[in-house]
Design a protein around this ligand. Structure first.
Ligand code: NAG
Length: 280
């Protein structure tokens, strides 16, 4: 939990942990490092700048409604048997944080279900869970009403605390300002009426040609082929002091449409190495 303090000093957006997203090893490894999002210490008695442990659970082939009644901690075994993979992160509650695993883990998990035509994600703490969001969609996915396909670039999560205890994990609709608006083919419906920009499947696979190639796989632009979750906090800490980040979410959407967000998240790859070293 000390690591994030030192990284926080140097970066506005930073990745505080790296992916453990593997259906078999994910939860176990997170526990080994003491970063188990299912431990109540990760969601209770949080002070301003104290650590919050957040898990992301990915379900290859898991349509949104299938998450109903599942919590990745309470139903850990059932979800693991359904192929759900988890990643855990420790964030500094006073920082705007970008969470990102590795593309290899995300792609590897998706490949574990050969018939999957979509992948969904929830964010969770020990007893709380967000609504699900689609992070990957193929045109053939039966629940995909408009038939658009792609890999979602980024989602924004608002963690609301009350007296230092995590109360809600809610997605903030970042819109599609960064990719031409809701009418654009790159704008995907991700759940509950929210939309998000995506990179094309062919662009990420390198199977496109000409103007269909919307991703430069040789540069940090390739990061759009995997999910980045930006986390902000709101509410009050255990001393009833107020977390102020939530009120900046509108500004965050502005960064997203100006392109500054993309470069900020590209920067955070540098931090991955440091954190990996710390964990390893
Ligand atoms: C794999 O994907 C298919 C197609 O989306 C889905 O019907 C199936 O339930 C998925 N498998 C699991 C274990 O979730």
């Amino acid at each position: 939990m000390r690591a994030d303090a030192s990284i926080a000093a140097s970066r506005r957006f930073f990745v505080v942990a790296f992916a453990l997203a593997c259906a078999l090893a994910g939860v176990a490894r997170a526990r080994a490092y003491g970063y188990d999002p299912c431990a109540s210490s990760g969601e209770r008695g949080i002070e301003i700048a104290g650590a919050v442990t957040i898990g992301l659970a990915f379900w290859p082939g898991g349509a949104l409604e299938r998450w109903d009644g599942y919590h990745p901690c309470a139903q850990r075994a059932q979800l693991a048997a359904l192929g759900v993979g988890t990643t855990s992160f420790v964030i500094n509650s006073a920082e705007l944080t970008a969470l990102r695993g590795t593309r290899a883990d995300e792609d590897g998990l998706y490949a574990t279900n050969a018939s999957a035509t979509m992948m969904s994600v929830v964010a969770y703490t020990a007893t709380r869970v967000s609504a699900p969001r689609a992070v990957r969609l193929e045109a053939a996915e039966p629940t995909n009403a408009n038939g658009r396909s792609g890999r979602v670039n980024a989602l924004t999560l608002l963690v609301t605390l009350d007296g230092g205890d995590v109360k809600y994990l809610r997605w903030h609709d970042g819109g599609c300002g960064a990719c031409g608006g809701v009418g654009d083919a790159r704008c995907l419906s991700v759940g509950d009426g929210d939309v998000a920009c995506s990179a094309s499947l062919a662009g990420c696979d390198g199977t496109c040609s000409g103007s269909a190639c919307d991703v430069d796989l040789a540069t940090a632009d390739a990061l759009r082929c995997q999910l980045t979750v930006t986390v902000a906090t709101s509410g009050t800490d255990k001393n009833d002091e107020v977390f102020v980040l939530g009120s900046q979410l509108e500004r965050l959407s502005m960064y997203a449409s100006s392109g500054a967000y993309a470069s900020a998240s590209a920067q955070s790859t540098a931090a991955v190495t440091g954190v990996t070293g710390f964990l390893g």
